[in-house]
Write a protein of this length. Sequence first.
Length: 150
Amino acid sequence: MAQSLAKLLVHLVYSTKHRARRLPHQPYRELHAFCGGVLKNHKCHLVEMNNVEDHLHALLDLHRTEALSDIVRELKTSSTKWLKEQSPVYGDFEWQDGFGAFSLGMSQKARAINYLRRQQEKHGVVSYQDEFRGFLDAYEIEYDEQYVWD
């Protein structure tokens, strides 16, 4: 086969440092658009993004030539700088060091989009930590609780 083809759909989740409630509860559309541009610059495509005060979710198509860890680092670094330029309120803003990334099949795409769009409703009753533990358990990822949070 002369051509390399791939479709890698990733559900990315990460929080603010120490889950500080620093982001708006409602979707921060300008931040989402900015992150979409960062992804586009790396040949990736933002399918959907949403946030609540202490974390965000992004559904993205990861380009076959890009490393996930590099993309996450670029998203966090660029968006931190961008947020600090938007308002003095974000002067000491930081993202957590880690992240969660979960692979999805194309048959799960519509359901994932709906899940992301309903974050405000979900986090009226479920904490970020409980939601994240649910992902880790569903994907059978072993973890040590003392090292998951920062």
